[in-house]
Design a protein. Sequence first.
Length: 277
Amino acid sequence: MKSLSMKITDYLKYLKEQEKSASTRRQYHKDILNFLDYFGTTPASKDLVINYKEILQLSYRPASVNTKLAAINGFLEFAGRPELKVRLLKIQHRPYCPGDRMLTKAEYLRLVKASESRKNERLSLLLQTLCSTGIRVSELAFITAEAVKTGEAVVRLKGKTRIVLIPGKMKRKLSLYIKKQEIQSGPVFLTRGGRPLDRSNIWKMMKSLCTDAHVDPEKVFPHNLRHLFARCFYSIDKDLAKLADILGHSDINTTRIYIISTGKEHLRRLDTLDLVV
């Protein structure tokens, strides 16, 4: 595997040129290093790669295994060893998701109320902005004073650009906050030091509300607000293609994951079929 190890730096440079995010590059780097470390000085072969795939399945969920295999396959292709690539696992998506991981609208509203009870206007508006626009937490920095003024945020990430509309009511709330905080330009949501809030800041602040809001901490993380937005939007519009565009998904199958119902809802729909005599 020594010859492959020498190509890691070049591959990471290639990923950067392909405008892969820093977090994606770090994860790929970690997955590739683990892959190469496992084999040590043993010559590369397809059988060994298949063995490694089987080992991954003992420790990780299928989706995580596929993520790691995708990183490894990409590296092998780049390194000139495409014959070593292995197939990803075939995963049949469930028609429903576990209810214990799905944040409900009522729970979301309790989180907002808990933040307001603490007089934490920034956190309240942050939750509402994420949930009312459906943006990713990594896109929050694009909610700027300029974007609020026009009602449109121009999101540029990973070589893609899309327009995110800010609902009228949200725009008015943010405008008042911007005026109160005397923000002239740039990101609206800042730390006390004036830097844009990052994922870890937001994660911790959201988790701190769980006890007061009586919401299971396992349900409370930024991306679940995006899922809630998707389900609420789809329940009214029923247009999957439009929702995919709003969320910035290039693959509509990704959007399907966002709108699946809970097991209880799925069972209730089955019961309404009235096919049991």
